[in-house]
Write a protein that binds this ligand. Structure first.
Ligand code: LLP
Length: 414
């Protein structure tokens, strides 16, 4: 397990070598803060786990696409899993190597496919036959052979939140594993495609690795069947999905032993293994810092109103997600039980309900923990709220990695 970069020193919360309150006062709130060293360590843990097995760790950009984070991962040698032209643009701006980029997603547009082929990406993870036809025609126009993997759907229940579970028959994702051999045969007959990969992603935030292993074994069996039909599969993409603990009682799955068991299972098959982790690289490395505006006791309960809202972090409202809420300064005052809510005009705008928490007062800061993944990227301007600033801490240094939006930014395109 990688120890958290957030820890109290003399009752004040630090991230790496910097006191969070110092950053919050200087950069304002709401504010995302990320630990650079934690992100690097989390990436390296994946990279190291593969040992001698040929591999490519493709960071899932959707989890957190801040340029500073992408640049840091690019310099570590990471590949990238993208799901849009915009993500490819960011990766290239950050100095990412296009030859290490895989393009996933169920609805790539013609323009996006052209941009990806022009940029020379590694491969496409394809999710339908119509998409294969489109990629083939564009690749032919560019005079190249596009490498494709079919994302197969193995009908394995990821046992995670229904909105982020993707491996069942009724989901929009992937190609039914039972139909895959025939689709590969048709792809192999298209003149500008090289179907040399298989990919699979069954869902996100998996704390139990058993469903991932079940899916992996089904996919390996498919690789063997395809090779028997002379379809030369060279790479296998395991998808993302390893979860992180959001509650103190949850256990982080052991990434190293999970990857090692994947490597062991495909020994002697000479396959390059790819993986697309997002959350487990950036999630625990980030926190959302917010200031308490009011305490509001009512007849039935107490509310703590903070200056961050569902537009800044939508996970509690959208997935009933839990984020620990801790004070930047610990006090001896007895704990309270409260709902922590934001200023947005919706009852769904809450971060916690009936939560036992520190006895914070207006003006105090609190941090919503494990917010580095699917936090800022899912933020919006709802209620015409400028989006939060992002700060990257590296050892004893910190800097703003994205400025807080100004009112003028809000109307810039109108
Ligand atoms: N690969 C594919 C094809 C994916 O769809 C995803 C995530 C990943 C990789 C990265 O998965 P990870 O390692 O981060 O679990 N917004 C939700 C999570 C959505 C996940 C979407 N796909 C949340 O906040 O929980």
């Amino acid at each position: 397990m990688i120890p958290s970069p957030f820890e109290y020193r003399d009752r004040s919360l630090f991230v790496e070598g910097v006191e969070l309150e110092t950053i919050a006062r200087a950069a304002g709130t709401p504010l995302y803060v990320y630990s650079a060293n934690d992100i690097r360590e989390r990436y390296r843990r994946y990279d190291r786990a593969f040992g001698d097995t040929p591999h490519l760790v493709c960071y899932a950009v959707k989890a957190n696409s801040n340029l500073s984070i992408l640049r840091m991962l690019a310099s570590e040698g990471a590949g990238f899993d993208i799901v849009s032209g915009g993500e490819l643009f960011r990766v290239l701006k950050a100095g990412g190597d296009p030859a290490r980029v895989v393009f996933s997603g169920v609805g790539k547009s013609r323009e996006e496919v052209e941009y990806a082929i022009e940029s020379g990406i590694h491969s496409f993870n394809c999710e339908s036959e119509s998409e294969l036809v489109l990629i083939d025609s564009i690749a032919s126009r560019f005079g190249v052979k596009a490498r494709v993997a079919l994302r197969v759907n193995p009908h394995v229940d990821a046992q995670t939140h229904p909105y982020i579970s993707t491996g069942l028959r009724d989901h929009k994702f992937g190609i039914d594993i039972a139909a895959a051999e025939e689709v590969y045969a048709r792809a192999a007959a298209m003149s500008s495609l090289r179907p040399d990969g298989v990919s699979c992603h069954i869902g996100s935030q998996l704390l139990d690795t058993a469903p991932l292993i079940e899916a992996f074994d089904a996919v390996l069996a498919l690789v063997d069947r395809l090779r028997a039909r002379d379809i030369a599969i060279t790479h296998l993409d395991l998808g993302g999905g390893l979860g992180v603990p959001y509650k103190p009682e949850q256990q982080e799955p052991d990434v190293t032993s999970h990857i090692q068991s994947m490597c062991a299972r495909c020994q002697d098959r000479s396959l390059t293994l790819m993986t697309e982790p997002g959350r487990s690289i950036v999630g625990p490395a980030g926190a959302l810092v917010t200031r308490v505006l009011y305490r509001k006791p009512t007849a039935s309960k107490e509310f703590v109103v903070v200056d961050a809202a569902m537009n800044d972090l939508i996970r509690p409202a959208l997935y009933q997600a839990h984020h620990e809420i801790v004070p930047l300064r610990q006090s001896a005052a007895p704990a309270i039980v409260a709902d922590v809510v934001g200023p947005v005009c919706e009852t769904g705008d809450f971060f916690a309900r009936d939560r036992e928490m520190a006895n914070v007062l207006p003006g105090d800061f609190v941090a919503l923990m494990t917010a580095g993944a699917y936090g800022f990227v899912l933020s919006s301007n709802y209620n015409t709220r400028p989006r939060a600033a992002e700060v990257l801490v590296d050892g004893a240094e910190w800097r703003v990695a994205r400025k807080r939006e100004k009112f003028a930014d809000l109307i810039a395109g109108e």
